[in-house]
Design a protein around this ligand. Structure first.
Ligand code: ZN
Ligand code: ZN
Length: 202
C-alpha cells in the first residue's frame, strides 16, 4: 500500500485496545474501477465517506456509509441511469498476525482478507466491496420499467399509450385461408362439371 495515497487511512488516532472507536469523515475522489457491468461510480466523482473504526480482537471493524454518484444503464430499456446512492460498509480489516494465525489454521478465505499495513488501512478494496455488494447487477431506471417494444426496439416509456404494430392475427388468417380454399374448391368443382359436361357431349 502506498501510504501517501488518499485511500491510505492512518490508524494512529485509534487505540488498539479492544472497544476503542473513532469516527472518520472524508471527501475523496472515486478511484478507477468502482464498477459492475452495467453500473459504476464514475472515476473522479466525489465520495462522501462517513466511517466508524472500532478496535476488535482480530483487527479493525470498519463500518458506515459512502455517498456516491452512480451512473449506468437500465438493464431493460438500456436508457442511462444517473443516481446518488448511500452504500453501506461493514468490513473487518485484520491485524496481520491475526490473519496469519487464521491462514495457518487452514482458513483459505482469510488469505484474501484485508490487513492493517504499517498502521494504515487501504480503503480502496473496502470501497470496491461496498460497490459490488450494494449496486444491482441488473440496474433498472425504475422498479417497473416496461423495457423495449419487442418489434421496434423503442423504450415503452417513450412511446404513446396506443403504440401498436400491425400484428399477425392467427384467427383472421385462418378465416382468410379458409375463404381461399373454398374459392379454389369451387373453381375446381366448376372445372369438374365442365369436364363431365364435355364427356356427356361425347
Ligand atoms: Zn428502464
Ligand atoms: Zn414498437
Amino acid at each position: 500500500m502506498d501510504l501517501r495515497s488518499p485511500f491510505a487511512l492512518s490508524l494512529t488516532s485509534l487505540p488498539r485496545q479492544e472497544g476503542s472507536m473513532i469516527s472518520w469523515q472524508a471527501e475523496l475522489s472515486a478511484p478507477a474501477d468502482l464498477s459492475l457491468e452495467m453500473i459504476r461510480v464514475p472515476e473522479g466523482s466525489e465520495l462522501a465517506i462517513n466511517f466508524n473504526l472500532a478496535s476488535v480482537s482480530e483487527g479493525v471493524w470498519v463500518s458506515g456509509t459512502v455517498k456516491a454518484k452512480v451512473e449506468g444503464q437500465c438493464a431493460r430499456c438500456l436508457r442511462p441511469i444517473q443516481d446518488e446512492q448511500e452504500l453501506g460498509v461493514g468490513e473487518l480489516v485484520y491485524y496481520p498476525e491475526r490473519r496469519q494465525a487464521l491462514v495457518d489454521e487452514g482458513d483459505e478465505e482469510a488469505e484474501e482478507a484485508p490487513v492493517v499495513d504499517s498502521d494504515h488501512i487501504d480503503l480502496e478494496p473496502i470501497l470496491r466491496d461496498a460497490v459490488v455488494l450494494a449496486l444491482p447487477f441488473r440496474p433498472l431506471c425504475r422498479e417497473d420499467c416496461p423495457g423495449l417494444c419487442s418489434t421496434c426496439g423503442v423504450p415503452w416509456d417513450e412511446l404513446p399509450d396506443n403504440h401498436r404494430h400491425e400484428v399477425f392475427n392467427p384467427q383472421f388468417d385462418a378465416l382468410a385461408s379458409l375463404a381461399i380454399q373454398l374459392e379454389a374448391e369451387e373453381s375446381e368443382g366448376e372445372a369438374g362439371v365442365s369436364e363431365n359436361a364435355e364427356a356427356e357431349v361425347e
